[in-house]
Design a protein around this ligand. Structure first.
Ligand code: SAM
Length: 249
């Protein structure tokens, strides 16, 4: 078992990586249908921006940002396998990938106009330290836009619905909401460590470090998405993602 404070590199576990890569390849996950469109809605116009993407994974956002006018993107990730794929997918010299834990990466001061992070910060133990570093990395007026698994999802280590005898989803249980910290979850393998924090902590820490809250979203599937994929109905019963946009003063 990994020490709860040591950054875990579960994406380099072959079983985990194979499961995650397949999920993203088939886009049977919720990233494409819910999380990415919601994140894009919270972004400022990207033209000429210098962007830092924390937990960049396959570099999906880095490439998208460049296609939408960003001047330069630095993508940070702890996983060798994820970054190997990210590098394979582009030859764009304005995208730089850095292999490092978010916790250890110290960006240059005032070097970025926008910092993003898509579904990575719930893997980080010390959120306040990241927020402080992001504040230093941004120019005044710069934006920090990120998504995490929703605290109603991370509250319990067993991230599962309660079901009746026929297997029908009856309730999404929320318990331990106020007890922040590590959760040893199962996702493609055992002992995937995620960190639960309340919404108050996500927002309050930003404000305490000199950010103002610009937007907060808990996206649910649209009527069109439900018509195409009726199984998404349960994503209206509990929010899968929390998205926050903050401005550096
Ligand atoms: C769910 S994936 C999201 C990837 C990408 N942001 C996207 O949305 O397509 C989470 C990513 O965060 C990375 N990650 C997790 N913990 C990290 C840490 N402590 N430091 C750096 N990267 C981390 C993983 O290796 C993985 O690539």
């Amino acid at each position: 078992m990994t020490d709860d404070r040591t950054p875990q590199n579960v994406y380099d576990d072959p079983t985990f990586f194979a499961g995650y890569a397949e999920l993203r390849r088939t886009e049977s996950g919720l990233n494409a249908v819910l999380e990415q469109p919601a994140l894009h809605r919270l972004l400022p116009p990207l033209r000429d921006l210098r962007v830092l993407d924390l937990g960049t994974g396959f570099g999906t956002f880095a490439r998208w940002a460049r296609e939408h006018g960003a001047r330069r993107v630095v993508g940070v990730d702890v996983s060798t396998k994820m970054l190997a794929e990210a590098r394979r997918l582009t030859s764009d010299l304005a995208i730089e990938y850095v292999e490092a834990p978010i916790e250890a990466y110290v960006p240059e001061r005032s070097a970025f106009d926008l910092v993003t992070s898509s579904l990575a910060l719930h893997y980080v133990a010390d959120y306040a330290a990241v927020v402080a570093r992001v504040h230093e990395a941004l120019v005044p007026g710069g934006r920090f836009v990120f998504s995490v698994e929703h605290p109603m999802v991370t509250a319990r280590a067993e991230q599962e619905w309660l079901r009746d005898a026929s297997g029908r989803k009856t309730l999404w249980p929320v318990d331990g909401y106020g007890s922040e910290g590590a959760r040893h979850t199962h996702w493609f393998r055992d002992d995937v460590i995620k960190y639960h924090r309340t919404i108050a902590t996500y927002v309050g820490t930003l404000i305490a470090h000199g950010f103002t809250l610009a937007a907060l979203d808990e996206p649910a599937p649209s009527a069109d998405a439900l018509a195409a994929r009726p199984e998404l109905e349960s994503e209206r019963r509990r929010p899968p993602f929390l998205l926050i946009a903050a401005a550096r003063s």
